[in-house]
Design a protein around this ligand. Structure first.
Ligand code: CA
Ligand code: CA
Length: 327
């Protein structure tokens, strides 16, 4: 017959064994939960990676379509999405010459054009003059300061040795590093969209925004806005079938009502025959999207892509679509 002590001892051992069993089950459950979560995360990651690859492939497809010499920018084939899978692409083609090339403008000595643009955006005229002088000194090869400009000595005094580089801008974003360039963001947060270091130098009136047209032709802003309205045709949408034809500079000037603009201003500043195109192709896979931008030069069978890069899809601003993206 067992004593009371022996019975208590046996009960204690059973209790300890139960605790050990429950602890083991608890630990195993934790491991199972953790492994499940890791597996789920892996599956999500694989799914996202596949969606990103698919979106990029669609963006490439859109780019190939748009790069074809026969493709018109109004072609409905430039936008396609599968209703079943959500996969597809959306492409826009614009003229690269709808932007101003700050290097060309400074090197041809047309500082007034830039001054007028910055004043139109709300910059104080004296400040605009000083900034354009600094931009000129940034680009010109010499060390002579323009009237309100800044060469090496001034930048060194400000603790910025090694500036200016004394060569043309390699990217639009460099304009903000020029003395006074911090104001660009203040007067127009989308300032960078108005410039390209790859633009040909003459503004394409078929594509350019009203503010750039107004300063390039020295006409009032309301007249430039009216022209853009006429250019878009009755449906109000650019590059659709109802847009009025604009084959020559005379067609454009007639529509603008800008008869009497000096010939030298027209020859230097504007065109309607640019073949320097920017293609922006966004590919979709469900909610994932990726965007490729490319520059295309030439027309007809001679059209070829001479530069391309992936750009952020979440922004309409591809202002860093220049040397920055090459690195
Ligand atoms: Ca210089
Ligand atoms: Ca200089």
């Amino acid at each position: 017959m067992r004593t009371l002590c022996e019975r208590n001892d046996v009960g204690g051992r059973r209790g300890s064994a139960l605790v050990a069993v429950f602890t083991t089950i608890f630990i195993l459950s934790l491991f199972a939960l953790l492994a499940g979560r890791l597996l789920l995360r892996d599956l999500e990651w694989v799914g996202l990676r596949e969606a990103r690859l698919e979106a990029l492939a669609w963006a490439e497809t859109g780019l190939s379509m748009a790069g074809h010499p026969a493709m018109e920018r109004t072609d409905p084939g430039l936008n396609w999405r599968s209703p079943e899978t959500g996969g597809g692409y959306s492409v826009t083609i614009t003229s690269e010459d709808a932007r101003l090339n700050p290097n060309h403008i400074i090197l041809r000595g047309d500082d007034q054009l830039l001054r007028d643009l910055f004043v139109l955006w709300g910059m104080d005229p004296d400040q605009a003059s000083a900034y354009v002088d600094c931009l000129g000194d940034w680009i010109d090869e010499d060390d002579l300061e323009r009237l309100n400009g800044a060469e090496a000595e001034t930048y060194a005094r400000m603790g910025l040795p090694g500036l200016p580089p004394n060569r043309p801008l390699r990217s639009v974003s460099e304009m903000a590093q020029v003395l006074g360039g911090e104001w660009l963001e203040v007067i127009n947060p989308r300032w960078a969209e108005s410039f390209s270091v790859r633009a040909g130098g003459q503004l394409d009136l078929r594509d350019a925004p009203a503010d750039l047209i107004a300063v390039s032709l020295a006409i009032p802003m309301d007249r430039a806005l009216r022209f853009v309205e006429l250019r878009n045709g009755p449906d109000g949408i650019p590059f659709t079938e109802d847009d009025p034809p604009m084959e020559t500079l005379e067609d454009a000037l007639l529509m603008i009502g800008a008869i009497g603009v000096p010939d030298e201003m027209l020859a230097e500043r504007v065109t309607v025959n640019s073949s320097n195109l920017r293609i922006t192709s966004t590919g979709y896979s469900g909610s994932v999207r990726r965007t490729i931008a490319a520059l295309v030069a030439g027309s007809g069978a001679g059209r070829s892509i001479f530069w391309r890069a992936e750009v952020p899809s979440d922004s309409a601003d591809h202002s860093h679509f220049d040397e920055d993206m090459l690195r």
